[in-house]
Design a protein around this ligand. Structure first.
Ligand code: AP5
Length: 217
């Protein structure tokens, strides 16, 4: 199944993507993770990305479209694809449609996770993650057994540089103005649209997502 996962920062896209991928085995492409890996590699492009990402602004379309087209091309979309955080603008959505249509394997569903702004800010500012395995925690909602230490790796957890209240508010503004129109684009194109309440407990959101996508197991 080829699915786009959308929602504002903190709605639970990454959390749900990991669960879906663990259970159903489709390829998972997170644009945020891919851009952060480019930054971590310390390339010239990575330096350029930093200025946009740390300010909570979207990275320009021409950069993202090229990077994500390359990442999609490395997958076999026939085996299932979960795109998380991409596309985030109409230009990106059109580019993705063109690429998948050329393969004769169009998108099948759009999964949108929503939640109130106050909850999103609380979640983002409390998020911690493992730099080694990528596991995501929350200081109150999903704490590790030992404070600030990854349960799986025993490594010290980190906080993302763009997870401050000021930057998350800018990310929310970018989402409302540039990404919400993508939801209308897909709805107008007759895609299967699935809306989930991200304020629900995460296992419940995961069950609802699997059921709505017609996945089982
Ligand atoms: P990206 O990394 O994609 O960040 P985001 O969209 O802002 O989303 P987040 O990863 O912050 O949130 P999430 O929804 O995945 O929440 P999570 O599951 O972790 O993008 C970062 C930046 O990269 C952008 O600002 C932009 O600059 C750039 N970028 C990326 N893609 C781009 C694109 N396509 N075009 C242009 N620029 C792009 O959950 C959050 C917290 O809540 C966690 O602590 C989690 O444990 C907890 N939690 C989750 N669900 C629940 C639940 N149900 N109950 C309780 N707690 C929960």
């Amino acid at each position: 199944m080829r699915v786009v996962l959308m929602g504002p920062p903190g709605a639970g896209k990454g959390t749900q993507a990991k669960r879906l991928v663990e259970r159903f085995g489709m390829a998972h492409l997170s644009s945020g993770d891919i851009l952060r890996a480019e930054r971590a590699a310390g390339t010239e492009l990575g330096e350029k990305l930093k200025s946009y990402m740390d300010a909570g602004e979207l990275v320009p379309d021409e950069i993202v479209v090229e990077i994500m087209a390359g990442a999609v091309a490395k997958q076999d979309p026939q085996k299932g694809l979960l795109l998380d955080g991409f596309p985030r603008t109409i230009i990106q959505a059109e580019a993705l449609d063109e690429q998948l249509d050329r393969l004769g394997l169009p998108l099948e569903a759009v999964l949108i996770i929503e939640a109130d702004e106050s909850l999103l800010v609380e979640r983002i500012t409390g998020r911690r993650s493992c730099p080694s395995c990528g596991r995501v925690y929350h200081v109150k909602n999903i704490p590790p057994a030992k404070e600030d230490i990854c349960d799986a790796c025993g490594v010290k957890l980190i906080q993302r540089e763009d997870d401050t209240e000021t930057v998350v508010r800018q990310r929310l503004t970018a989402y409302r103005s540039q990404t919400e129109p993508v939801i209308e684009y897909y709805a107008a194109g007759g895609r299967k649209m699935i809306k989930l309440d991200g304020a629900e407990p995460l296992e419940e959101v995961a069950e609802q997502a699997a059921e709505a996508l017609g996945l089982s197991g």
